[in-house]
Write a protein that binds this ligand. Structure first.
Ligand SMILES: Nc1ncnc2c1ncn2[C@@H]1O[C@H](COP(=O)(O)OP(=O)(O)OP(=O)(O)O)[C@@H](O)[C@H]1O
Ligand SMILES: [Mg+2]
Length: 156
């Protein structure tokens, strides 16, 4: 069962590096990091549950932010991961990344991978239903339910 202290809403902040055009026009990288939960913007501290510096890999981000939520979902709890930020801040990079690229894929393909690895590791008498309801946002939502199939009720 999930640890209740792990069940609250958490706000994480991920910073992307300067892109080529920002570097070309001479922009400077402003954030300074203090510990794992504080970022200084022009000297003023802002606290989050966790901050991620620009060298954070997709895998590190997934492990820190999403992996536990996926485990809880597979245990029957509801879970939501929501990306918010101004345009070009890195939402798509974080949530989708580069599909089919082991290093660069983002949160969503890693969730799918984890869910299917979990299903493949389960007893063959368990049947999972993954439903994707009609989309109300640009991101998928899944309902996962598990059916315990008694051996004598299985179709032959
Ligand atoms: N953590 C990161 N490391 C390296 N590059 C990044 C990172 N985050 C974003 N980028 C790059 O920054 C650019 C903008 O990112 P992205 O497209 O994800 O922004 P967005 O928030 O989805 O923007 P929009 O709201 O316009 O859809 C992309 O070229 C992306 O590859
Ligand atoms: Mg985007």
């Amino acid at each position: 069962m999930a640890n209740p202290s792990e069940c609250t809403i958490k706000v994480m902040c991920r910073f992307r590096p300067l892109n080529k055009s920002e570097v070309a026009r001479g922009d400077s990288y402003i954030p300074k990091f203090q510990g794992e939960d504080c970022v200084l913007i022009t000297g003023k501290p802002y606290y989050f549950d966790r901050v991620f510096q620009s060298n954070t890999t997709q895998e590190q981000f997934y492990n820190a932010v999403a992996q536990q939520i996926v485990k809880d979902v597979l245990d029957g709890y509801n879970g939501t991961i929501f990306a918010y930020g101004q345009t070009a801040s890195g939402k798509t990079h974080t949530m989708e990344g580069v599909l089919h690229d082991t290093d660069m894929m983002g949160v969503i393909p890693r969730i799918v991978q984890d869910i299917f690895n979990y299903i493949y590791s389960m007893d063959e008498n368990l049947e999972f239903h993954i439903k994707e309801p009609r989309r109300s946002t640009s991101q998928p939502r899944w309902n996962i339910s598990e059916t315990r199939d008694l051996p004598w009720s299985r179709p032959r």
